[in-house]
Write a protein that binds this ligand. Structure first.
Ligand SMILES: Nc1ncnc2c1ncn2[C@@H]1O[C@H](COP(=O)(O)OP(=O)(O)OP(=O)(O)O)[C@@H](O)[C@H]1O
Length: 307
């Protein structure tokens, strides 16, 4: 089921009397249970796009539908949406987690009793029960971030917009947020994740959209994008150094001997002949070379800059 459809979005700003296009012809879709990583360098147009999706900025062109509703015309569309944008500014710092959750629950149309029940369930799930009555500005950054996400979920939205949810968090808090993002998606919520932490985007996303200078330059399932950009090479690591005779045979097959114990097989079809030559030496590792999302991102953004 498609939860979000953004079609041919366009947005220009006035800059020093001149028109500047921040977002050009951007189309995105998010399905139920899917995590879309929306990536791009600084100033690429991510926030502008997200704000158009969230109904906060009116597009100059194009349209947005959240579950068939237009967030710019129909406030019911916003009931389907939860958002943590620009850090954790969606919570009140002088209130406690419990008070924040109840307040925003009622604001989103829940009966006070339901808001209280959901607040408790979310505090439990986000491991914040022991801090339920502590003022938010006395919580750690990781706890504040978890609360920000919990607040965005209080009305059980179908689509969640998460902007840099792990920025500045330590390893444990980051793992905690990653686990929650996975769980929320598994329960059927569609998630748009914007982040500059590409390793996290690679781990969490089902699909990736990369925006550069206001335009989408790639939009693919994450695994497909990685497959497309990965080469045919294999890395082989041996437990002991190679003897000169085998080394000679391997070089004749076009294998690169990177060190006495590590080889690079450039053509996939050479892999088994190489393994035959190596027999019965003990192998530490045989691994296909894979591009990371960081490699792909840099390549696409640099290519685009040079056009
Ligand atoms: N209100 C505004 N008025 C004028 N220009 C703006 C406004 N908001 C954004 N811009 C410009 O639009 C472009 C896209 O900005 P946007 O904030 O969408 O980028 P971003 O991809 O979210 O960047 P970052 O990763 O740095 O947050 C930038 O050049 C920015 O300066």
């Amino acid at each position: 089921m498609i939860l979000l459809k953004a079609s041919h979005l366009h947005k220009s700003y006035q800059e020093k009397g001149r028109q500047f296009t921040a977002v050009r012809d951007v189309s995105l879709e998010v399905k139920a249970g899917e995590v879309l990583a929306f990536l791009g360098p600084n100033g690429a147009g991510k926030t502008t796009t997200i704000k158009m999706i969230a109904g906060l900025i009116y597009p100059d062109g194009g349209w947005v539908r959240i579950g068939d509703r237009d967030p710019h015309r129909d406030s019911k569309a916003l009931r389907l949406l939860g958002a943590v944008l620009e850090g954790n500014r969606n919570v009140y710092w002088r209130l406690s987690p419990q008070e924040n959750l109840e307040y925003f629950g009622v604001l989103r149309g829940l009966a006070p009793k339901v808001a209280r029940q959901r607040a408790r369930a979310l505090l439990e799930r986000f491991h914040l029960l022991d801090k339920q009555n502590t003022r938010v500005d006395h919580l750690s950054r990781g706890m504040q971030q978890k609360l920000a996400i919990a607040v965005a979920l209080i009305h059980q939205p179908q689509l969640l917009l998460l902007d840099e949810p792990t920025l500045g968090l330590d390893v444990e808090a980051t793992e905690d947020i990653k686990r929650l993002v996975r769980e929320i998606a598994q329960e059927g919520c569609g998630i748009i994740l914007t982040t500059h932490q590409l390793a996290i985007a690679e781990e969490l996303s089902d699909r990736v959209a990369i925006i550069n200078q206001g335009e989408i330059v790639a939009e693919e399932p994450t695994s497909e994008l990685i497959r497309q950009f990965s080469g045919q090479s294999y890395h082989i690591e041996l437990e002991t150094p190679l003897d000169p005779q085998r080394q000679g045979q391997l070089v004749a097959l076009g294998v690169e001997c990177l060190t006495a114990q590590t080889l690079r097989v450039l053509q996939a079809e050479s892999l088994y002949p190489v393994l035959e030559i190596l027999k019965p030496l003990a192998l530490m590792r045989v691994e296909k070379e894979q591009a990371s999302l960081t490699d792909i991102f840099l390549k696409l953004v640099r290519e685009n800059r040079n056009v």
